[in-house]
Design a protein around this ligand. Sequence first.
Ligand code: PEP
Ligand code: MN
Length: 346
Amino acid sequence: MIVNMSEKATEQEIEHVIERVREAGYQPHVTRGVERTIVAAVGNGRRHEIEALLVAAGVENVVAIAQPFKLVSRQVKPERSVVNVGGVSIGGAEIVVIAGPCSVESREQLLSTAHAVKRAGANMLRGGAYKPRTSPYDFQGLGLEALKILREAREQTDLPVVTEVMGTEDVDIICEHADMLQVGARNMQNFALLRRLATINKPVLLKRGPSATVKEWLLAAEYLLSGGNDQVVLCERGIKTFETEMRNTFDLAAVALARDLSHLPVIADPSHGTGKQSLIAAVSRAAVAVGADGLIIEVHPCPERALSDGAQSLDFAGFEKVVRAIAEPLRRRVGSARPVPVETKA
Ligand code: PEP
Ligand code: MN
């Protein structure tokens, strides 16, 4: 349930409503917007006691939350959230570009990539230390050694670092070395991991599961917010369909839909979304056109030698070209109409 306070509600009236929500057996979540305050009653309580707040002083109306996800919904927080990752704002005016190798393979490989992507305009660095591989015989990541290399790259370039966490046992050590923790697609519904990440003081990048609906994805994010961590960025990385030419099917509309349903920033991963170097620029532009707040792109000094995901990794020159292609304004005429600005960042 949501209690919308009137624009003129006093602090005392808001406090009273918060107290009543608690007494009714719910957890109060307060969103103080520019114009008005919203008090959401989350959990299982006595609904009629919240409905009765309609007559309390300072209350405009009381409505049910239509979606199963509550705190991530725009009904509870209509204004868009901005997530700060080591000084980089995701969800603001700028399209944030996160780039780096699929896996950290060596100090040389990561440091050269970090400097190259920074030169090309990236705002953040990615690199896997603990890798979720389909086969147990494939390269599993360098673990702690990779975390140390990532930290060194951060010190040299000033680029905040995101890296994947696969299990609860690695959370503390990754928090010590990285600026943001990535929940990989395969772990989107690892509820023990989500519950643990809800308690940390670092932002989380939550990838959509390969077979997850948008609703399931947002409910996974709800685990983080309801547990106390609202520093969450969503990432569309492609889903499984009957299509076989591409590694996954990048779900472009899901980027727009997630931004419609949720206030959380949404970024796109065209690398895993397609599995093909040649499609990164086109899919990146499309994602930005539908409102993506950022991109995460795999880059390797020599993709043909990469220990994971070489086919979808760009080399340094390729990445530089892609960044320019995304930034370049649309120069083509569309039908016979004169171009008008289109609002994609509602
Ligand atoms: C990755 O980012 O390298 C990765 C494994 O991504 P995903 O979980 O989307 O497959
Ligand atoms: Mn990868």
